[in-house]
Design a protein around this ligand. Structure first.
Ligand SMILES: Nc1ncnc2c1ncn2[C@@H]1O[C@H](COP(=O)(O)OP(=O)(O)O)[C@@H](O)[C@H]1O
Ligand SMILES: [Mg+2]
Length: 235
C-alpha cells in the first residue's frame, strides 16, 4: 500500500454496549451505559451535547486513552481491550489522530519536529519523517514556520500544526475534541475548513466534538450525546 492509497472500506471505529462510570472512592459518576457507535471509512461525524454530557470521556474511550467500565471499542477492526498497552499505543499512533482544544504541541520542539514525532514513533527513518512532516506543514500553510516553536506561533497556526501532526501518519480516523473551541470565529472557521479539506483529501474519517452547530451541520451526520446515549439529530 503506498501513501496515496485510500483506507480500506469498512468500519474504522465501533463502540459496542459502551459503559463508563467514574469511581472516586464512594463517589460514582455514571456517564453512559449501552452506548453504540459505528464510524465508517471516510465518514465525518459531529458529536454535540451539553457540557458534562460525556463527550470528552467518549473520545478518550474511542481513542484508547481510557478504558470503559464495560463494553468494547474496536479500532480498525482491533478490539482495544485485548491489546497490550504497547500494542494499543502503536495502533493509536498508526490508526488515529488527535486534535484537542489546546494544541498539546511540545513547547521545546519546533513545528517540524512536533509533526515528525508520530512518524518517527511509527518506526520510519528520520529522513522520511522530516519529508512527510514538511510536506504536510506546507499543506496547512505553515511551510514558512517549520523552525518556529509553538510559543512563536499564533493560536490558529498552532492548531494548524496540531492538525498536521494528527494527519501525518495518514490515520483511519481523526478524533477532535473542540479543536477550534479556543479560537476566534474567523480563525476557527479557517482551521475547521482545513480539517474538512484534508480529511476529505485523505479519505480519513473524522469524529468531531463541537458545541458549534453551524460547524457540525457541515459534517456528514450529527449525533447528540444525551443522557448517556447517542441519538441522530438533523441540524
Ligand atoms: N476523571 C473524572 N473523575 C470523575 N468524574 C469525571 C472525570 N472526568 C469527567 N468526569 C465527569 O463525567 C461527566 C462527563 O465529563 P466530560 O466527558 O468531560 O463531559 P463533556 O466533555 O461532554 O463536557 C461530567 O459530569 C464530569 O464531571
Ligand atoms: Mg469536553
Amino acid at each position: 500500500m503506498n501513501d496515496m492509497t485510500p483506507h480500506a472500506d469498512g468500519t474504522v471505529i465501533r463502540a459496542e454496549a459502551l459503559a463508563k462510570t467514574y469511581a472516586e472512592g464512594k463517589m460514582k459518576t455514571p456517564v453512559f451505559d449501552g452506548l453504540e457507535l459505528a464510524v465508517e471509512a471516510g465518514e465525518t461525524v459531529a458529536i454535540v451535547g451539553a457540557s458534562g454530557a460525556g463527550k470528552s470521556t467518549l473520545l478518550h474511550l474511542l481513542g484508547g486513552l481510557d478504558t470503559p467500565t464495560s463494553g468494547e471499542v474496536f479500532v480498525a477492526g482491533q478490539q482495544m481491550s485485548k491489546l497490550s498497552n504497547s500494542a494499543r499505543g502503536q495502533l493509536r499512533n498508526r490508526a488515529l489522530g488527535f486534535v484537542y482544544q489546546f494544541h498539546h504541541l511540545l513547547p521545546e520542539f519546533t513545528a517540524l519536529e512536533n509533526v515528525m514525532m508520530p512518524v518517527a514513533l511509527g518506526g520510519q527513518d528520520m529522513a522520511t519523517a522530516k519529508q512527510r512532516a514538511a510536506a504536510l506543514l506546507e499543506q496547512v500553510g505553515l511551510g514558512h514556520r517549520l523552525e518556529h516553536k509553538p510559543g512563536e506561533l499564533s493560536g490558529g497556526e498552532r492548531q494548524r500544526a496540531a492538525v498536521a501532526r494528527a494527519l501525518v501518519n495518514r490515520p483511519a480516523c481523526v478524533l477532535g475534541d473542540e479543536p477550534t473551541g479556543n479560537l476566534d470565529e474567523k480563525t476557527a472557521a479557517t482551521v475547521f475548513d482545513l480539517m474538512l479539506e484534508l480529511n476529505r483529501a485523505q479519505k480519513t474519517s473524522l469524529v468531531l466534538v463541537t458545541h458549534d452547530r453551524r460547524l457540525a451541520a457541515r459534517l456528514d451526520r450529527t449525533l447528540e450525546l444525551h443522557q448517556g446515549k447517542l441519538r441522530p439529530i438533523v441540524l
